[in-house]
Each structure stands twice: as structure tokens, then as C-alpha cells.
Design a protein around this ligand. Structure first.
Ligand code: T46
Length: 131
């Protein structure tokens, strides 16, 4: 499965915590885009697509949610609830995400600008693509 859980260094003291994310340092690619998602109801299922080329690091900066990753061989569920961890997903991985807590905020760092042509939105097309 083409994913990793990255552990970020926390600069913490009595004032609280801080995590710094930097291209080609603790993020494995040049960051071209950042977006964030919040206000999603618990049982909504987002995603339901794969990417041809895009790599992303996903950080749940508040609350929690579950990512379900599928490489065509196996499916794995990853619970995200820690702003000091990043889920690094490479291309050709089908993803769905759900089980959003009310305070869930997901920040995503992306290796490419937004491009709808990079999306595979049909599961059967994804299965053909990875063969
Ligand atoms: C992913 C998961 C984790 C833009 O205009 N620019 C953007 O950069 C993005 C990401 C989306 N959009 C538009 C396209 C749609 O009209 O925002 C709308 C919602 O996008 P989408 O349905 O693709 O959102 P999710 O939450 O299903 O998926 C997103 C990313 O698209 C995807 O790459 O891996 O978050």
C-alpha cells in the first residue's frame, strides 16, 4: 500500500504546541497547494476517487476522521486524530474518508495544482488503471 504515516516534530512548551511543515524536509515533495476541509457531517463519505499523479500529505489538525485506502489489492482504514501526524498518500490509491467529528478540520498539502484531469472518479476505471 502506497501510504505512510509521517511523525512531525512538535515544538512544544508551556505556551502550547507548534508543528512546522516544509517542502522536501518533513514533507516529501514540493508543496504547490494547500486546502482544508471542515464542517462535514459524521456519516458523509468524501473522496471516492484516486489520482493519476498527485501526492498528498493529510493532517487532521482538529478532531478526528477515518481514511479508507484501497490499492486494488487491499483496503485499510486509518484513524486520524493527531495534528502531529501526516498521512502521506501517493498516486493510484483509491480514498474515501468519513466518520468526521464535529470539530474535524483536515488540512491537505498537495504536490500539484488542482487539476480535474488527474482524478479517477470511477472505481472500475481505477481498477483498470492499476493493472
Ligand atoms: C483528496 C481529498 C483528501 C477545487 O476547486 N480546488 C481544490 O484544490 C480541491 C481539492 C477541490 N476543488 C473543488 C472541486 C469540487 O467542486 O472543491 C469541490 C470539492 O472537491 P472534492 O469533491 O474533490 O473534495 P473531496 O473532499 O472529495 O476530496 C478532496 C480532494 O479533491 C482530493 O484530492 O484526496 O480531498
Amino acid at each position: 500500500m502506497k501510504y505512510e504515516l509521517l511523525d512531525f516534530n512538535i515544538h512544544g512548551n508551556h505556551d502550547g504546541n507548534l508543528v512546522a511543515l516544509e517542502s522536501k524536509q518533513n514533507i516529501p515533495f514540493d508543496i504547490k497547494r494547500v486546502y482544508y476541509i471542515w464542517g462535514t457531517k459524521r456519516d458523509i463519505i468524501r473522496g471516492k476517487h484516486a489520482h493519476l499523479k498527485l501526492e498528498q500529505v493529510i493532517v487532521c489538525v482538529s478532531g478526528s476522521c477515518d481514511f479508507i485506502l484501497d490499492d486494488g489489492q487491499e483496503r485499510q482504514s486509518i484513524h486520524l486524530d493527531n495534528p502531529a501526524k501526516g498521512l502521506y498518500i501517493k498516486h493510484n490509491i483509491w480514498r474515501e474518508f468519513t466518520n468526521f467529528s464535529p470539530d474535524c478540520v483536515i488540512m491537505v498539502l498537495a504536490s500539484e495544482h488542482y487539476d480535474e484531469a488527474d482524478y479517477i472518479r470511477e472505481y472500475e476505471t481505477f481498477r483498470k488503471e492499476i493493472k
